[in-house]
Write a protein that binds this ligand. Structure first.
Ligand code: NAD
Length: 495
């Protein structure tokens, strides 16, 4: 597909999807959906608020109560979810193009990564539906204790804009597979693919009212969902700042289950005995610049052992020109646009703070492609960063790498753990004792050894500390969307 030429003709429907119908907001208000690629307005989007959330929750509740979804045989729910995944794939080019125009990521990654992993996630949980058994506890013979899983009910899902389809899929797939109804609120910065996903879910046969999408701003559409007295669970991915509010809102309303996947400032630790320096350099640079640095798990703090730092940085700088931002609709582009002007300006402010706090700018540091009207930032590397500098402490969520140094394992573990976050980490060494010892000492939900890019739906994803509560992906995700029930049955055996 020639995406650069197709893009201008593309039309989008920005209405919410409630109870199986595309619908304007109750107030009739909309907001503009602006592309960071070139500043054009793609469409207007329904500006949902409390009344729309009420309608979506009521539809979801009605669907849950009459069992139109959870009452289906597991094999049938499985077939429908697999059809849903197939439809995501069949419409993959359109979804990828939409994602790129809406949030700026290179279209080749939107297709190869975002569409494929969202579809794979829906398929994987769909396939799990008729393969999970409940339990019988090893109690005394005078009783039978059944331990069963039941769907929690209505699940509210709030997601960010960096991987809109994947973040939504990680939550809606296990929630739907477990038999729940869902109300999804996508980010106001990237609402379009969530709406298309819900269209395709309906087409696949997921019954009306089971999967609803309310579009709008966090304070107007997200808060009413998190505060709703008839929502049983809220699953959130986004910033730590808003994540804390989500837990508060859950507590101040009906004590709904609250699960949060939040920010990160992941340390990437390269020891002098790293088995393959070129590979470590490529991973350090590629992982921070992938998705324009807008990845929660981006290894944004690079710790290089003092003895090899100069050689490492020389190799890293040689790779930087390969990440020059370009038109994300062009299949050759590897770094696209930052999601919007607000985020771009925030990244540029962090770069200024790095300079003013004394870090040494080695590459980038400026806005790029200004003439396009879009939002682009040069790939940026700072050396001489200390852990107490703002660019080492706060999540920048842009293409900015902070390079720090260390002397030994104890020193780097102390520095790496000196963060409010604990999402991911990496260790590069050929010493198996050092690899295991450091991996164990790092306070992070995932630790990579001698690589940074392994990823699979079968493994849990989530963070320690202020990187969130709970885990997405893998069978562990079902813990978030199911209640555990014990049923005691008395057995007075006649024999
Ligand atoms: P954000 O917290 O600003 O917004 C996330 C979502 O919350 C959006 O849909 C937004 O509309 C909504 N929201 C905002 N204020 C709200 C409120 N008061 N009540 C209810 N909802 C509200 O985050 P963002 O800028 O969209 O995303 C970037 C953040 O997401 C980064 O911190 C990143 O690390 C994090 N993230 C984490 C993971 C993970 O798995 N740990 C994955 C991706 C992104």
């Amino acid at each position: 597909m020639n995406t650069v030429n197709t893009a201008p003709q593309t039309r989008f429907d920005g209405r919410a999807l409630i109870n199986g119908q595309r619908t304007a907001s109750v107030s009739g208000e909309t907001f503009d959906c602006i592309s960071p690629v070139d500043g054009r307005t793609l469409t207007t989007v329904a500006r949902c608020a409390e009344a729309d959330v009420d309608a979506a929750v009521a539809a979801a509740r009605a669907a849950f109560e009459d069992r139109r979804w959870r009452g289906l045989a597991p094999a049938q729910r499985k077939r429908i979810m697999i059809r849903f995944a197939d439809l995501l794939q069949a419409n993959g080019d359109e979804l990828a193009l939409t994602e790129t125009l809406d949030m700026g990521k290179p279209v080749k990654y939107a297709r190869a990564v975002d569409v494929n992993s969202a579809a794979n996630c829906i398929r994987w949980y769909g396939e799990a539906v008729d393969k999970i058994y409940d339990e019988i506890a090893p109690t005394a013979s005078t009783a039978l204790a059944l331990i069963t899983r039941e769907p929690v009910g209505v699940v509210g899902v709030i997601v960010p804009w960096n991987y809109p389809m994947i973040m939504a899929a990680w939550k809606i797939a296990p929630a739907l597979a477990a038999g729940n109804s869902v109300v999804l609120k996508p980010s106001e910065k990237s609402p379009l693919t969530a709406l298309r996903m819900a269209d395709l879910a309906l087409e696949a046969g997921i019954p009306t009212g089971v999967f609803n999408v309310v579009t709008g701003y966090g304070a107007e559409a997200g808060s009413p969902l998190a505060l709703h007295m008839d929502v049983d669970c809220i699953a959130f991915t986004g910033s730590t700042r808003v994540g804390k509010q989500i837990h508060q809102m859950a507590g101040q309303s009906n004590l709904k289950r609250a699960w949060t996947e939040l920010g990160g400032k992941s340390p990437n630790i390269v020891f002098a005995d790293c088995p393959d320096l070129d590979k470590a350099v490529a991973a350090a640079v590629g992982s921070i610049f992938f998705n324009q640095g807008e990845s929660c798990n981006a290894p944004s703090r690079l710790f290089v052992e003092a003895g090899i730092k100069e050689r490492f940085l020389e190799k890293a700088l040689a790779l930087v020109p390969g990440y020059a931002p370009g038109n994300p609709l062009d299949q050759a582009t590897v770094m696209g646009a930052i999601v919007d002007k607000t985020q771009m300006n925030s990244v540029l402010r962090y770069i200024e703070s790095g300079k003013s706090e004394g870090a040494k700018l080695l590459a980038g540091g400026e806005q790029a492609l200004i003439e396009t009207g879009g939002c682009y930032v040069q790939p940026t590397i700072f050396d001489g960063v200390r852990n107490d500098m703002t660019i080492a402490r706060e999540e920048i969520f842009g293409p900015v790498l902070s390079v720090l140094s260390f002397t030994d394992a104890a020193d780097v573990v102390r520095q790496a753990n000196q963060s409010v976050y604990g999402l991911q980490a990496a260790v590069w060494t050929r010493d198996i004792n050092k690899a295991h010892g450091v991996a164990r000492a790092l306070r992070a939900g995932t630790v990579h050894v001698n690589q940074y890019d392994e990823d699979d739906i079968t493994v849990p994803f989530g963070g320690y500390k202020q990187s969130g509560v709970g885990r997405d992906k893998s069978l562990h995700a079902f813990d978030k969307y199911t209640e555990t029930k014990t049923t005691w049955i008395r057995i007075d055996s006649p024999v």
